[in-house]
Ligand binder design. Structure first.
Ligand code: SF4
Length: 313
């Protein structure tokens, strides 16, 4: 899922090389300071689910927390599965192990019956699954089979991909980190979790982020990755010029490859992150209540803060 085909890697390296020359807003060299206010999470800065950011005001100023939906709970579960798979791949890469052995391990887990798979998973993250379900107010017992089906599908696809397309060679992208926290404080943002950091064969660093669905031009996701790149550059003084959005919703029961979108983390995305950060901090400080957006009924319909939203003036 996070590994790239040779062609994709070549494309990513070309992007990194071209964009390295043109970027003026590197995290370690930012001129603008964040405005005063509460540090927000990366996703709070970049989410435009509520077009005017009124939902942010409701959660940060009025203290109405966001509810976890079933879809968000499944997304968290997919992240947890990917984390286990790619930690195995990372460890095989770092000790010169065989990718075939990793694939066999994944297939063995996938071939277990439901209770055995659940038991195998319990060491790592079954507690989290219970928490996701309780946050989303859904039954853990009812959801577990659905989750395990997603996990099995995921494991078999990844095992297949490791065998067919991603043999361990010196030129394969190396997994540097999985689910790694990055300190955003220097940027005026809380710490964030990067799904996967890859080092391409020319040494460039690439940030991958998993999303459940592809929405339009996936703009928010790209700005979020730009925020991570700025934070990494600030913290480690290494340029990060290329990002990849990986869409997991193509996985369950489809047998299809996950879609991946590789893109340049250019000055536009960087600038947008900075201005969205300042606007979000301003809203979260209670300096102004954003209006109800026009023509967003379909979003309001699916919004967990609908009741609170209609009562505030
Ligand atoms: S109900 Fe609509 S306007 Fe209100 S917070 Fe939710 S999305 Fe925004």
């Amino acid at each position: 899922m996070y590994l790239l085909t040779n062609l994709e890697q070549e494309r990513a390296m070309r992007i990194a090389k071209d964009q390295c020359l043109g970027i003026t807003q590197r995290g370690n060299d930012l001129k603008s300071q964040p405005i005063e206010g509460p540090p927000l999470n990366f996703s709070e800065v970049t989410s435009t689910f509520c077009p005017t950011r009124r939902r942010l005001y409701i959660s940060r100023v009025l203290g109405v927390p966001s509810k976890t939906s079933k879809s968000m709970a499944l997304g968290s579960m997919e992240h947890a599965s990917a984390s286990i798979v790619f930690k195995k791949v990372k460890s095989a890469q770092s000790c010169g192990g065989e990718m075939n052995h990793v694939a066999e391990e994944l297939e063995a887990i996938a071939s277990c019956d439901e209770s055995a798979t659940a038991a195998l998973w319990s060491d790592n993250n079954l507690d989290n699954i219970e928490k996701y379900c309780s946050d989303a107010e859904i039954s853990y017992q009812d959801t577990l089979p659905e989750y395990l089906a997603v996990v099995k599908e995921f494991l078999l696809l990844e095992a297949n991909r490791l065998r067919q397309k991603y043999p361990l060679t010196n030129t394969a992208p190396a997994i540097l980190a999985i689910e790694e926290y990055i300190d955003g404080y220097g940027l005026g943002v809380n710490r964030g979790k990067i799904d996967c950091l890859l080092r391409l064969s020319d040494g460039s660093i690439m940030i991958c982020d998993m999303k459940r669905k592809s929405w339009g031009d996936n703009h928010d996701g790209k700005i979020q990755i730009a925020g991570y790149a700025l934070a990494m550059e600030k913290e480690y003084h290494i340029p990060v010029s290329v990002g990849c959005l990986v869409f997991s919703s193509t996985l369950p029961n489809s047998g299809k490859e996950p879609e991946r979108e590789i893109f340049a983390i250019n000055d536009n995305y960087r600038g947008e992150f900075i201005s969205m950060r300042d606007k979000a901090i301003q809203i979260a400080s209670g300096r102004h209540l954003p209006p109800i957006p026009n023509n967003a009924e379909w979003k309001c319909k699916g919004c967990d803060a609908r009741e609170s939203c209609s009562t505030i003036k």
